[in-house]
Design a protein around this ligand. Structure first.
Ligand SMILES: [Zn+2]
Length: 315
């Protein structure tokens, strides 16, 4: 089938072209409703990786229009689906059944970002707070917001979101934070100490991917067996105070997607969370671009204006 695709043909150069898409036996063909822009696509855009010509996009969602011979009755033509897609910056894209999440009609949120939800589900499992814990998240970008949505619970004593941007902190309140701290205006260590009566956080999630964020995260750990979850990628090596980890006997978990040994079962778990309305993104999508305007989309994404939280491509 001939479809319109956005092809990255050179660093920072997209071209809209016609391409061929067909499904194998275990794949479904999806009419694209939207696809998230992902930081992991920056190396191709910037020319650090050069796989040109390439059709990027793996955070797609839409409606199933065709299924391969061995796709089970779990997925029907007409279903809304999300998951880990291939070449989603296109009118139609395909994905394998194992990585497909079927979204129930009752789900109100229109932005079905299954692939990043899958990644965040790893973070939620790794964080694993117990009743009475205080949870702190440093960095309230989209991943931080979704981790918060999945973890905020009345079983926790405090759920504290830390960021330097008030808008993101306002979103964090909607995502379930009981307290927000703007670390550019107040000392976050003192603020968390005040909130917790000096106890500090049992579980801290680092979501900035920057040394400044990690430095805060380490200082928010409570002094007895806390857990630090490293959620973000770091652009370069950073120095951390290992002694601090030794003093407090910290458990450190890196929640990279590959922490999951059974990816198909993890897809199932994420699908349940989507269908139970845990993940919500409509209010987090600050930038929307047509497929034809993908060049502009990536230029804006690269420059990351302050009000940018999540960007998506629509047909
Ligand atoms: Zn992604």
């Amino acid at each position: 089938m001939k479809v319109k695709q956005a092809v990255l043909i050179a660093p920072k150069r997209f071209e809209i072209r016609e391409g061929d898409v067909g499904v194998s036996d275990n794949e479904v063909l999806v009419k694209m409703e939207g696809c998230g822009l992902c930081t992991s696509e920056m190396p191709e855009w910037l020319g650090i990786n050069k796989p040109y010509p390439v059709v990027m996009g793996h955070e797609g969602w839409g409606t199933v229009v065709e299924k391969g011979k061995s796709v089970t009755a779990r997925i029907k033509v007409g279903d809304r689906v999300t998951g880990l897609g291939q070449h989603c910056f296109a009118e139609y894209f395909k994905q394998t059944e194992g990585y497909t999440m079927v979204v129930k009609p009752g789900v109100k949120d229109k932005s079905l970002l299954g692939e990043p939800y899958y990644c965040v589900s790893n973070v939620i499992r790794a964080a694993n707070p117990i009743p009475g814990d205080t949870l702190a998240l440093v960095g309230m970008g989209p991943m931080g917001q979704w981790a918060l949505q999945g973890l905020a619970s009345p079983t926790l004593q405090h759920v504290i979101a830390v960021d330097i941007d008030d808008k993101k902190l306002e979103f964090a309140r909607k995502s379930g934070a009981t307290h927000v701290v703007n670390s550019s205006k107040t000392d976050p260590v003192k603020a968390v100490s005040d909130i917790t009566g000096g106890r500090m956080a049992d579980v801290v999630i680092e979501g900035t991917g920057a040394k400044a964020g990690m430095d805060i995260a380490v200082k928010l750990l409570r002094p007895a067996n806390p857990r630090l979850v490293v959620m973000s990628f770091f652009k370069s090596a950073i120095e951390v105070d290992m002694n601090r980890f030794c003093q407090v006997a910290a458990e450190i978990i890196v929640a990279h997607p590959s922490i999951t040994k059974d990816r198909i079962d993890h897809t199932r778990r994420t699908e349940i969370m989507i269908n139970n309305g845990i993940f919500r993104s409509d209010h987090l999508v600050t930038h929307r671009f047509k497929l034809d305007d993908i060049q502009e989309a990536f230029e804006v994404f690269e420059s990351r204006p302050v009000d940018f939280v999540k960007g998506v491509i629509v047909p």
